[in-house]
Each structure stands twice: as structure tokens, then as C-alpha cells.
Design a protein around this ligand. Structure first.
Ligand code: ATP
Length: 297
């Protein structure tokens, strides 16, 4: 699972999440090691049960346990059908990242329901649920290890061929091959420093390999240089195909091509629809946002 670099919470919380995620993966493999016959009895050599990716938020209410006086989400309602691209927009602090944290089940909601494929999110086995999700955060943090290991983290039993294909589709192959050690290049604290766009493409390769039904994408606010931006964007287009994508959106092109835009404001979804629909709302928040924020993009 790919929780590295989540933008929510502090560093301590982030590391706790990484530790949890790594621990969970290790436990799965311990189990598989003990019962090798189980591997062969599963078509995909994995215990993860595939979900389809229909996501519904129904009257969702949420406050952070450490700040119960502020109700971040008051009454959030939306449905993302599998395969759809959902763009969440709204002012800073509106709760956009909070929605992704709730999907990843980092917190329990206070009221309402989050339903995935007709089943309450809290009724899923947590590893199974997260096994069906990938997050590509704004600022990707890679762990200390080789590029190969960082990509294969999305699917620890991946073949070399699968890793190369994922790197190619993610527009990462060429820059990786440009390093003397190629896929064995060490990254992270003691390795070479990759650019933000390169790290994002590694995260995209990892997600492609994992092949999740639900993709959570936190678009970068600060734009990369235009060449890198183009390569990342192309890779993301490939990654989003055939999955439900929940995007904390900052790019006008993403928002324009979304199946649904959710405008999050004051703890509720104040407007919901396509770009064409929302742009017609006189004095609408989206219309104003889109005039102000996106006039230069
Ligand atoms: P931005 O566009 O600036 O990233 P956002 O819409 O993603 O903002 P969130 O990060 O979801 O907003 O934050 C919503 C509210 O919850 C804010 O008031 C924020 O201060 C608060 N908040 C976020 N994370 C936590 C946390 N871990 N503990 C307590 N409060 C939090």
C-alpha cells in the first residue's frame, strides 16, 4: 500500500501510518509463507479481494479527535460510480484532504455512512480495503532502497517484466535507465535525490503495478517545470483509466474533464456537477473560483 507522502497530519503521524502499512504487508506475507498452497489456490497469488470501486458518502459528519470543537465535514453526500473521475475543489482548509483520509480509513466518521460497493467501509478488512486503493500524494516521499524496490512496493511479487512495463507507462523508464545503476539506483535519504516530478512518476509506477480500483490523487499546487508536468500528466491519464479516481484537484484541465466536480465549502458539498453545469450557476462558488483561480491556467 502506498501511504508514503500523504499530505495530511504531521510527520510523526505520517511515520506511524507508514509503520502500520509496512507492518500490515509483512503480516500478509507471513501468512502466505505459512500456507504456500493458498497462493496457488488464488488466481492472482494474493489475498486481496478485488472491489469494483463504487463510493458513496452519505450524510458524513466528521471532526478530528484532537479538535472536536471544529466540525470539518458537516453533511457530505456524493456518489462516485466505478470508473469515474471526481474532482474535489474548495478553499484551503475546506476538508478536501480529510475526505481522502476517511476513504483510507485513517479515522472513524462521527455520523453518516461511507459505502463502497454497497458495503459499509468499516465492515471491510482493513488490509483488503487498502489493498484496493492507491494514493499519489502531492509530495511523494520514497523510502530508502532501490528504485526497483520502491516501484515493486505496489506489488511485492511483481515480475521484472511487470516492473519495467509499469515504469514505461509511468514515463519513468527513461530517466531511470539514465542512471548508471538503473533500477538498482538507491533513493531516499542515503541515495540520489530525485526531482518532485520523478518521484511522482515512481509513485505512479507503483500504483500502476498495484492496480487499485480506487485512486486518490492529490494534485500538486506548485507546478513542476512544464516538461516534467507533461510527463506526469500523461502518466496520470494512463493510471486513471478504468478506476474510480478521487482527485483533490488544482489543475483546470483535470477539473474540466472530471465526470463530477464537488465543491466543498463550509463542511458541505455546496455544488456538484460537471464543469459545463456548474459554470452556468449565477454567482456560484465554482463559477467564481474558476474565474479567479483558473484564469491564468
Ligand atoms: P488544503 O487545500 O489547504 O490542503 P483541505 O481542504 O485539504 O485544505 P483539510 O486538510 O482536509 O483541508 O483540513 C480541513 C480542516 O481540518 C482544517 O481546519 C485543518 O486545520 C483541520 N485538520 C486537518 N488535519 C488535521 C488533523 N490531523 N488534526 C486536526 N485537525 C486537522
Amino acid at each position: 500500500s502506498t501511504f508514503v507522502g500523504a499530505s495530511f497530519g504531521g510527520i510523526a503521524e505520517l511515520y506511524a501510518q507508514i509503520q502500520k502499512a509496512i507492518g500490515a504487508t509483512e503480516r500478509v506475507f507471513e501468512l502466505l509463507d505459512e500456507h504456500p498452497e493458498k497462493i496457488n489456490s488464488h488466481q492472482n497469488s494474493t489475498t486481496i479481494e478485488k472491489i469494483q470501486g463504487n463510493v458513496t458518502f452519505k450524510n458524513v459528519q466528521f471532526s478530528y479527535p484532537s479538535r472536536t470543537e471544529i466540525m470539518v465535514l458537516k453533511d457530505v453526500n456524493f456518489t462516485a460510480k466505478f470508473g469515474q473521475k471526481i474532482a474535489i475543489v474548495g478553499p484551503s482548509g475546506a476538508g478536501k484532504s480529510t475526505i481522502s483520509s476517511l476513504l483510507l480509513r485513517f479515522y472513524d466518521i462521527d455520523a453518516g455512512e461511507i459505502i463502497i460497493d454497497g458495503k459499509n467501509i468499516y465492515d471491510y478488512d482493513l488490509e483488503n480495503l487498502r489493498g484496493n486503493m492507491s494514493i499519489v500524494p502531492q509530495d511523494v516521499i520514497l523510502f530508502g532502497g532501490t528504485i526497483r524496490e520502491n516501484i515493486a512496493y505496489g506489488k511485492p511479487d511483481a515480475t521484472e517484466e511487470e516492473i519495467l512495463l509499469a515504469a514505461k507507462q509511468a514515463n519513468a523508464f527513461n530517466f531511470i535507465e539514465g542512471f548508471p545503476e538503473k533500477f538498482d539506483t538507491l533513493v531516499g535519504e542515503r541515495g540520489i535525490k530525485l526531482s518532485g516530478g520523478q518521484r511522482q512518476r515512481i509513485a505512479i509506477a507503483r500504483a500502476l503495478l498495484k492496480n487499485p480500483s480506487i485512486l486518490i490523487l492529490d494534485e500538486a499546487t506548485s507546478s513542476l517545470d512544464s516538461e516534467s508536468e507533461k510527463l506526469v500528466q500523461e502518466a496520470l491519464e494512463i493510471l486513471m483509466q478504468g478506476r474510480t479516481s478521487i482527485i483533490i484537484a488544482h489543475r483546470l484541465s483535470t477539473i474540466r474533464s472530471a465526470d463530477q466536480i464537488l465543491v466543498l465549502d463550509n463542511g458541505i458539498i455546496s455544488e456538484q456537477g460537471t464543469h459545463q453545469e456548474l459554470i452556468t450557476l449565477e454567482n456560484g462558488t465554482y463559477k467564481n473560483l474558476s474565474n479567479l483561480q483558473f484564469s491564468n491556467s
